[in-house]
Design a protein around this ligand. Structure first.
Ligand SMILES: [Zn+2]
Length: 71
């Protein structure tokens, strides 16, 4: 699975995205090749992202495969 605009951003209020129905936990491969477990917010109009901190991510492995296949 490849996403063209995969970004890692800092969440202003992590709790908000954790409770959001568009979120899921995922393992993200960062630009340096390390993996980090984080919240994957898929809400396109989410205003909880700190875009100033945006970094590129290489890939994303969802921990919920069924949700991932539907995306
Ligand atoms: Zn969100």
């Amino acid at each position: 699975m490849a996403r063209k605009h995969l970004k890692v951003v800092r969440l202003l209020e992590p709790e908000l995205c954790m409770e959001c129905r568009f979120s899921q936990t995922a393992n993200v491969e960062l630009a340096d090749g390390t993996f980090q477990r984080m919240i994957h917010c898929r809400r396109k109009d989410c205003d909880n992202w700190d875009y100033q901190s945006a970094e590129n991510a290489k890939s994303l492995q969802s921990e919920d495969q069924s949700l991932d296949d539907a995306a």
